[in-house]
Design a protein around this ligand. Structure first.
Ligand code: MTE
Length: 314
C-alpha cells in the first residue's frame, strides 16, 4: 500500500497539519540544535581537494543560505527544519552498499572513500524545482569512479539510490509526506557522466547534516530533488527505479527531471529562478535570472537525450 499522498506535494513550502500540530515533538527531539551547522564529528573538518575545471564563474552563494535554507524532509518540511532538527543524526561511521546487477557487490566505509578517492572541488549551479537556485562549491568524487569498482553487468541500465531511514534520528519520517526511505534513480549513462558527483563536502568542509552528510549525490543539470542525501545504498537494475517524488505526484515530478525552462511545472513556471543570496533580502530574496536548459550544462549533457521528447519525458 502506498503511504498517504499529500494533496500538494511540492518539494516546497507545504506544512502538513500533523507536522505543525506536533511541533513540540520535534523540539523535544532536536538535541544539539546549535551544532547542526558543524561537520560530521562536531568539528569543521577541512577536506583536501584539487580545484576542478568543472567550475562555473558565478558568485558563490553565502554559506549561511546554503546551510540554513534546505530541503531534507526526513527532518521536517520547512526550510529551517533540517538545520534545526538534524543535530541527533549520526553520519559516522557510515557504510555505503553497492549491489544489484554487478559482479562484485561491495560495502565501503565513507571515511575510507574520503581518504582514498580523488577529491575535487567543483562550483556548480544548483536549481531547485521550486524555481530558486544557488551556486555551491562541492567537494567530492565522480560517481563513475565508485561505480566502476563493482563491475556492473552489461544488462544493468539504471542505478537506484536510497537514503538511510532512521526514525530515532530523523523526526520527519514519522510523517508519511513521502515514501521512505527517500529514493532516487539515474539512467546508467547519466550516473557515469563526469559531471555526476558524489559530494562529501561543501565550502571546503565535510557536509553538515542538513546538506546530506556524510555522502550525497549532486547532478547539476537536473532539479535539486534528484540530488539524494545521506546515501546508504546504490543498486544496479534493469528497470527504471521508483523515485519518492514521482511516487508522490507523477504528473509533477518525472523520472528525468532535467532542468527545462520550456516545460513548466503544472503549478508554476520554470522559465526563471531566484538566485538565493543575491540582490537583497535573505531567505527567499535574490535576483531573478532566466533558467537555462539543462541548467546551463547542455553542452556537456544534451547528447544523452538525443531523440527524446523532453516535454513528454520530463
Ligand atoms: N534527499 C533526501 N534524502 N531527502 C530530501 O528531502 N530533498 C531534495 C534533495 N535531496 C531531499 C533530498 C531536494 S527537493 C533538494 S532541492 C535538495 O536535496 C536540497 O539540497 P540542499 O539542502 O543541500 O540545498
Amino acid at each position: 500500500m502506498p503511504a498517504f499522498k499529500p494533496p500538494v506535494p511540492a518539494c516546497s513550502e507545504i506544512t502538513p497539519k500533523q507536522l505543525y500540530v506536533n511541533r513540540r515533538h520535534f523540539i523535544a527531539g532536536a538535541g544539539a540544535i546549535g551544532l547542526a551547522g558543524l561537520g560530521a564529528s562536531g568539528a569543521l573538518a577541512a577536506l583536501n581537494a584539487k580545484k576542478s575545471g568543472y567550475t562555473v564563474a558565478d558568485t558563490i552563494t553565502p554559506r549561511e543560505d546554503a546551510t540554513t535554507y534546505n530541503n531534507y524532509y526526513e527532518f521536517g518540511v520547512n526550510k529551517g527544519d533540517p538545520a534545526q532538527y538534524s543535530g541527533d543524526f549520526k553520519p559516522l561511521p557510515w557504510k555505503i552498499r553497492i549491489d544489484g546487477m554487478v559482479t562484485k557487490p561491495i560495502e565501503v566505509d565513507v571515511e575510507e572513500l574520503i581518504a582514498t578517492m580523488p577529491l575535487e572541488e567543483r562550483v556548480y549551479r544548483f536549481r531547485c524545482v521550486e524555481a530558486w537556485s544557488m551556486v555551491l562549491p562541492w567537494t567530492g568524487f565522480m560517481l563513475s569512479d565508485l561505480l566502476k569498482k563493482v563491475e556492473p553487468l552489461g544488462s544493468a541500465k539504471y542505478v537506484a539510490f536510497r537514503t538511510a531511514l532512521r526514525p530515532d534520528e530523523m523526526p520527519g519520517v514519522s510523517y508519511p509526506v513521502l515514501e521512505w526511505p527517500y529514493r532516487e534513480g539515474l539512467r546508467l549513462d547519466e550516473a557515469m557522466h563526469p559531471l555526476t558527483l558524489m559530494a562529501v563536502g561543501i565550502y571546503g568542509e565535510k557536509l553538515p547534516n542538513q546538506n546530506g552528510a556524510p555522502i550525497r549525490l549532486v547532478v547539476p543539470w537536473k532539479y535539486g530533488f534528484k540530488s539524494v542525501k545521506s546515501i546508504e545504498s546504490i543498486t544496479f537494475t534493469d528497470k527504471q527505479p521508483e523515485t519518492s517524488w514521482n511516487m508522490a505526484a507523477s504528473s509533477e515530478y518525472g523520472f528525468y527531471s532535467n532542468v527545462n525552462p520550456e516545460r513548466d511545472h503544472p503549478r508554476w513556471s520554470q522559465a526563471s529562478e531566484r538566485v538565493l543570496g543575491t540582490g537583497g533580502g535573505f531567505f527567499g530574496g535574490g535576483a531573478r535570472r532566466d533558467t537555462e536548459k539543462f541548467n546551463g550544462y547542455g553542452e556537456q549533457v544534451a547528447s544523452l537525450y538525443a531523440g527524446m521528447d523532453l516535454i513528454a519525458d520530463y
